[in-house]
Write a protein that binds this ligand. Structure first.
Ligand SMILES: Cc1cc2nc3c(=O)[nH]c(=O)nc-3n(C[C@H](O)[C@H](O)[C@H](O)COP(=O)(O)OP(=O)(O)OC[C@H]3O[C@@H](n4cnc5c(N)ncnc54)[C@H](O)[C@@H]3O)c2cc1C
Ligand code: FES
Length: 219
């Protein structure tokens, strides 16, 4: 884990989301499913963002502008600089035999990096609209479903599922595929175990999601 000031190389709108590319030099991008804390301009607390892509010397984050922090990040322009801290948390285990990537909405953010590391396995992605579904172009070999059909209605059996998406989607994936790996979200203030802001109940005990997760075994 390192804190670094990185230069913004690009900002491309994809549907309602923004793909922010930063130069990371020799900074370790970590494993798919890990995240960085990004300091949004003008905001006190950094915001957690999954690594979306990590080509040589770069990190890319796919961001949904839903509030003040994410809107400030989505307004970054090439040449701006931001502080980042990471890589943080536990990512996906990649030693799986029949991977299927399952993503919902902005939950697809970590999947391009997973797909790249696993050699483009099949993916099933669910979105609210065709506009949101433009982001599916970031993931090869993907089948897309649009609401009112839910991604979990189209999920085939017999796969090692790696999933990220809204909580109700993850709960359904867990019920359908008890061996799945699920990337969860909780509000995070520090990202490395110091504030207990992300404490969630896991197996009857309170655990810090930024330390134990964000990827957890469904079981
Ligand atoms: C490990 C991890 C990885 C993430 N990766 C991405 C990513 O790749 N792309 C992306 O766009 N977003 C990602 N998020 C979510 C993102 O961090 C939050 O949307 C962001 O912090 C909201 O900040 P804001 O100031 O824009 O909005 P706020 O005003 O802080 O929040 C807007 C609304 O979202 C709720 N909220 C805020 N943060 C979270 C959260 N973490 N979980 C659930 N609800 C929340 C708030 O209660 C509020 O209702 C990730 C979150 C985690 C924990
Ligand atoms: S975000 Fe501070 S302990 Fe997890």
């Amino acid at each position: 884990m390192k804190r670094a000031r990185l230069k913004v190389l690009g900002n491309e709108q994809i549907g309602p989301y923004f793909l922010i590319r930063v130069g990371c030099g020799a900074l370790d991008p970590g494993c798919p499913g890990q995240f960085f804390m990004l300091e949004a301009p003008g905001r006190v607390l950094p915001r957690p963002m999954s690594v979306c892509l990590a080509p040589a010397g770069e990190l890319a984050f796919l961001i949904d502008p839903i509030g003040p922090g994410t809107r400030a990040l989505c307004a970054l322009e090439p040449g701006d600089a931001i502080h980042v801290l990471g890589p943080l948390g536990h990512g996906f285990r990649l030693d799986v035999e029949r991977p299927l990537l399952v993503g919902g909405g902005i939950g697809i953010a970590p999947l391009p990096f997973v797909s790249e590391r696993l050699g483009a396995p099949p993916a099933l992605l669910g979105f609210r609209s065709e506009w949101h579904a433009e982001a599916a172009a970031l993931i090869p070999n993907a089948e897309v479903v649009i609401e009112p059909t839910y991604v979990t209605e189209a999920m085939p059996a017999g796969h090692d599922v790696l999933a990220c998406g809204p909580e109700p989607m993850l709960e359904t994936v867990r019920a359908l595929s008890p061996d799945a790996q699920l990337a969860w979200e909780a509000p995070m203030a520090c990202g490395y175990g110091a504030c207990y802001g992300c404490a969630v109940e896991i197996g009857g005990e309170l655990k810090r999601l930024c330390v134990e997760g964000p990827v957890l075994a469904a079981a």
